[in-house]
Design a binder for this molecule. Structure first.
Ligand SMILES: Nc1ncnc2c1ncn2[C@@H]1O[C@H](COP(=O)(O)OP(=O)(O)OP(=O)(O)O)[C@@H](O)[C@H]1O
Length: 351
């Protein structure tokens, strides 16, 4: 004779793919009825017509059918009432760990646009994920967001349980949030500074991040209000500077790092991007944007050059199709894996 306890026990291993928690913990199992060897289960989805309902249903059927003595499983899919949803959101928020208590926050910035800061941020986040860490990525370049494109999540909308409980998008083993997932790519956002600050605060406070080891923040380029506000608001954050040899040569690249140091933020080091180009045919190296300038900058800032990432066609090509190279087992991934290892050694997770 099968019991409800046995069924609930196996249902504990059925996860709501969007929330990442067991349907039992989420109070989604409404009713279980056992008649002989036929089990009927009523499931309440957090939202009516949830696009992932079929995968939940399938999982429930497979898990319960595997129990000895069960011949057939009938699953009825319903939805939570507004009140039930609110109750769930409240309970999730209660368990919410303040983001910065157990999470290492790493802001990635550059004094100049177009040096590959977002490419480095996205690949660093994915590489840290591949090292086994729980990683979040906030695209703080609210007006010039490029993270959705880099991670192939253009047009995806985050799922919201209520307006204070937004679930980040999960891709390539990391959790991501970007203004690009709330706005249309082609419509320019014309907002003033204070509003931007509000969006970022929401990204930090109202998004259900769960327990993260690292939060990577892709800052907007330059030394404007937004990077400064982020630097001042989040305690204990660290800073990673992205530059090219050419940008290092100008005073612009380092300015943001000086700004970080002024507000007492530790500089982890410098990721030099577009360091050189190696001819795939003759393997000769060309220092297209110059050489030695980033080392000089590192010395001035009393920090290290952590990695030199060459110009690689594959990095650009894969970025354009939303596949960060750090996620694949290609030689290009090694630069970002090396960077992630050094970053995790210099900024150890709290755990
Ligand atoms: N190492 C690299 N090799 C080849 N292409 C690269 C490399 N790094 C970045 N790119 C390409 O350079 C372009 C600019 O990169 P990215 O958007 O990351 O720069 P950014 O500094 O974040 O720009 P913005 O200032 O606009 O935010 C992209 O097309 C990207 O694919």
């Amino acid at each position: 004779m099968i019991t409800k306890e046995q069924i609930l026990n196996v249902l504990k291993d059925v996860y709501d793919p969007e929330i990442g928690r067991s349907i039992v913990d989420l109070n989604m199992v409404d009713n279980i009825n056992i008649e002989g060897n036929i089990v009927t289960i009523d499931i309440k989805l957090t939202i009516k017509g949830c696009p992932l309902q079929n995968s939940i249903k399938e999982d429930v059927i497979n898990k319960v059918k595997a129990l000895e003595g069960v011949k057939d499983v009938v699953v009825n899919m319903g939805a939570m009432t507004e009140e039930e949803r609110q109750k769930l959101a409240n309970s999730m928020n209660q368990g919410k760990v303040p983001l910065f208590e157990k999470t290492r926050v790493i802001a990635v910035g550059s004094g100049k646009g177009g040096v590959g800061k977002s490419t480095v941020s996205a690949n660093l986040a994915v590489a840290l994920g591949r090292l086994g860490y729980k990683v979040g990525l906030i695209d703080a370049d609210v007006l010039g967001f490029s993270i959705p494109r880099l991670l192939g999540i253009v047009g995806e909308r985050p799922y919201a349980l209520d307006e204070n409980t937004i679930l980040p998008i999960e891709k390539y083993g990391i959790k991501v949030i970007s203004m690009g997932n709330f706005a249309d790519e082609d419509t320019p956002l014309i907002w003033r500074g204070p509003l931007l600050g509000g969006v970022l605060e929401q990204f930090m406070n109202d998004v259900y991040w769960g327990n993260l080891d690292y939060m990577i923040i892709d800052l907007p380029p330059g030394t404007g209000d937004v990077p400064l506000t982020i630097m001042q608001k989040i305690p204990e954050q660290k800073f990673l500077l992205v530059t090219t040899p050419q940008a290092s040569a100008s005073h612009v690249a380092g300015r943001i790092a000086y700004m970080a140091q002024k507000v007492n933020i530790d500089l982890i080091g410098i990721a030099e991007n577009m360091s050189y180009f190696e001819c795939p045919d003759c393997h000769k190296k060309y220092n297209i944007f110059g050489e030695g300038e980033t080392e000089k900058l590192a010395k001035e800032l009393n920090t290290d050059v952590l990695v030199k990432i060459p110009i690689e066609i594959k990095i650009r090509e894969k970025s354009d199709i939303g596949l960060p190279v750090a996620f694949i087992n290609d030689p290009e991934a090694t630069y970002y894996m090396e960077l992630a290892k050094k970053v995790s050694e210099k900024v150890k997770p709290i755990r």
